[in-house]
Design a protein around this ligand. Sequence first.
Ligand code: ARG
Length: 472
Amino acid sequence: MTDKTTPPSQNSASSIWGGRFAGGPSQLMLDINASISYDKALFRQDIAGSRAHATMLQAAGILTADDLAAITTGLAQIETEIADGIFTFSEALEDIHMNVEARLAELIGDPARRLHTARSRNDQVATDIRLWLRDAIDGLDDQLRALQSALLTQADAHAETVMPGYTHLQTAQPITFGFHLMAYVQMMGRDRSRLADCRKRMNESPLGAAALAGTSHPIDRHQTATLLGFDRPMENAMDAVSARDFAVEFMAAAAICATHLSRLAEEIVIWSTDRFTFISLSDAFTTGSSIMPQKRNPDAAELIRAKPGRIIGDLVSLLTVLKGLPLAYGKDMQEDKEPVFDAEASLAVCLAAMTGMIDDMSVNQQAMRAALASGHPAATDLADYLVSALKMPFRDAHHITGRIVSLADTHHCALDELPLSAMQEIEPRLDEAVQTVLSIDHCVAARNSFGGTAPDEVRARIAAARKAFLEG
Ligand code: ARG
């Protein structure tokens, strides 16, 4: 059971904010309040923010050059201590901001106590998460580009590999595997542009907004914004400390991207079953069963299929925290970090695993072609042929083709195996020319409209995608 009394190690008020407190917080208060266990991930951003703030304070005449030198040296030491894992984090100091500040005071004394002039943890934390997410988005963008590159390589190799295209997971029309993969290249392209939009909007500096209303000290928020690589300072101090829409937007973009990945993951699961055998995953991305020796389970794909569950959960969790929350800062907002970190980590591992699977998978071209023998994938082509060769209205052509399909079913054969004489019983004007139209390679090559599945068109789109997504 948690001890509700004041912990022995914390029997006095916080040295950082405890001026008006006689006693210290209870253990329970520390338990619910402390965020250090997870916000320590922000240490580099927190230190970068302090460095920029101190530089600006010195330029504004609030810190001396000696203060700044001491602060800079102290911060560098703290950064090394944390990176090396030798920093002692204190729960009593609640969060990364106070842990760093307290250690700085231990190391350099007085100048550390001047660093918090004209800032608050409210603008500090908002700055830190924006900086962190900015880097995270850059990392995810690199990963998405790598996935697009893997998909493009496979698409190029399989620009002519025919397979059934499905609607309702029922055989629809013949397509190429390269064409199918290119659909995902485009989806990933939009995922990247969503993240880029989000990054652009979030790249404004909250620093110097202080608690909520700005400050009476002569600070230069433009300077800190520039030092931290932000495009500009946020226009309204209250908005600066209250806004979390940038984090919501990030998670929405992450949820959409993860959802795209889950669709590809599900296709990988389907394609690799022993009923389809369209692809085989490498040993690196499959696992065995502890009881069934023959099994090769697509666990990575299944987990990618599942991950949107938690990423969408992360998004909904922060939206729920923010809904109805009055301005400006409320401690509720401390609940922003774990969902953001979780969404980022979950998406990053999905992208890495998906790229590995795509790189390594082997494609069974025979099985893909064999699958086209059933389900009459050339039926639309037959109807189109009736329209162009016999000038039949499409609705009539659709009906006639339906009758020919059903005749093929009674003969237990594919459309291109049905004797011409049998087809002529339904439509006497048909001649041998129809056979060409029914060949799978013809069906695919004929769909050469922009963005269609014809191999030449797919190759043109691959070249355009390489240019748009991989260069520059
Ligand atoms: N750990 C806090 C958070 O993540 C930092 C801001 C605390 N601000 C405050 N007024 N108590 O939100």
